[in-house]
Design a protein around this ligand. Structure first.
Ligand SMILES: [Zn+2]
Length: 424
């Protein structure tokens, strides 16, 4: 029976290429969040013609949603002929900015040999197209299947997912009584199963000073020097402590198996002037300096401990350093998510990878987060993985591409997974 499914997937090779190209050619740039409705409607046209009932859901009031840039999502569902589990494929439809350095048209979706080029080719319109082809081929091969298949195309993953999966989860779309298995076709390579991701905590730290004339800095108090002391304390104490911590999560690349922190930005003193300003800076001692930190943490570290560690360092400076004053503002936080390796969706996809590729699946976890966090925390669904075609390292880069062969192979794995879950 599997041969019949694989033959149907192979027959759709041209269709898969055309669908991937169609999706790439809709420039769903985020920010600001363009053409979300257009891409949802394109998928709705296709899937409703194939027996899926489709619903367009606007994340009204979610961060980023406005009448100019509405946050549209599509959920398509195809019922089987008898009760059973629901398998949900969730892809984000937004893409990041183009950036510099392209030699191909970022929205041309050029096919060159085995590769389709374009922004979003690998992250993750190729994975979305592969899941559509897999589901359609499965339904054609096994019209009598049990349970249900859902395909969603969701907004704003690249900016936190609040206008996408988080909104849908809040509205109950991922409730465990509706959906039992979730596969997110992010570009993790066709032979790897991604079990989850690290957590993240973003905060702004501001040191305070006192403005004075720059020729007499002793009459003021330099906030930038105070921030220098903060950065020094991070170098001496925080970074070594983080590097010493290792997670049991199979995070790749290896360097991300420790805790990490990026200093996202530093702003001190006068605001930067417009580019056409030709004057000199005014002579002032800066009374404020701000940094944004991006702290990525492990499932072994509770968020409160992560915050507490930074705050303890700042409080220690306040004790030791004259006039040191600071404020800290939480910007965002994301919990780590990790699906157990014996969860049904994991063992199913691992078996399908063996069936299709003749090899054992590799298990990984992601250094950065993706929409699994919302399915886990809000949807309360632990049976979720990322699995899809594409090479993660190409994501967000110029000349991003996806391999047609990899899309076909992963469509076979997805189709085979549906057979394992939805056939008696
Ligand atoms: Zn992505």
């Amino acid at each position: 029976m599997t041969d019949a499914l694989f033959a149907r997937i192979d027959d759709r090779r041209d269709d898969l290429i055309a669908l991937t190209q169609e999706l790439i050619r809709i420039p769903t740039l985020n920010p600001p969040g363009q053409h979300y409705r257009a891409i949802c409607e394109a998928l709705e046209r296709r899937l409703s013609a194939r027996g899926f009932s489709c619903e367009l859901v606007r994340a009204t009031g979610a961060p980023g949603d406005s009448d100019r840039y509405p946050r549209w999502n599509l959920v398509a569902r195809r019922e089987g002929t008898r009760p059973g589990d629901c398998v949900h494929f969730n892809s984000h439809h937004d893409v990041v900015e183009v950036g510099q350095g392209w030699t191909r048209d970022p929205f041309g979706a050029e096919l060159d040999g085995d590769r389709i080029y374009g922004r979003g080719a690998c992250d993750m319109k190729g994975g979305l197209a592969a899941s559509v082809i897999a589901a359609e081929a499965f339904v054609d091969t096994h019209p009598e299947f049990a349970g249900a298949i859902e395909i969603s195309a969701t907004a704003d993953e690249e900016s936190g997912g609040y206008g996408g999966v988080a909104y849908l989860a809040e509205q109950g779309w991922f409730a465990p009584e509706r959906v039992q298995h979730v596969i997110i076709p992010e570009p993790l390579n066709k032979d790897r199963i991604c079990l989850g991701h690290r957590g993240g905590w973003w905060a702004e730290i501001e040191t305070k000073g006192e403005i004075a004339h720059g020729s007499m800095p002793f009459l003021g108090d330099c906030a930038v020097r105070h921030m220098g002391a903060v950065l020094h304390a991070f170098e001496e104490r925080l970074f070594p402590a983080m590097a010493a911590r290792q997670t049991a999560m199979p995070v790749t690349p290896e360097g991300a198996r420790s805790s990490t922190m990026n200093i996202n930005s530093v702003h001190g003193g006068e605001p930067e002037q417009a580019e056409d300003y030709t004057g000199l800076p005014a002579n002032c001692v800066p009374d404020s300096c701000r940094i944004v930190i991006d702290r990525r943490f492990l499932m072994e570290e509770p968020l409160e401990q992560v915050r507490g560690e930074v705050i303890a360092l700042l409080d220690d400076l306040a004790d030791r350093r004259e006039n040191f004053r600071y404020e800290i503002r939480d910007l965002n936080s994301v919990i780590p998510s990790m699906t157990p390796q014996d969860a049904p969706v994991v063992t199913t996809v691992a078996g399908a990878i063996r069936d299709v590729l003749g090899q054992d699946a590799a298990y990984v976890a992601s250094p950065g987060s993706y929409d699994q966090k919302h399915i886990d925390r809000i949807g309360k669904l632990k049976n979720c993985i990322a699995y899809g075609p594409g090479i993660l390292e190409l994501a967000h880069k110029p000349d991003e591409w996806v391999s047609v062969t990899d899309m076909l192979d992963s469509a076979r794995v997805m189709g085979r997974s549906l057979e394992r879950l939805l056939l008696p």
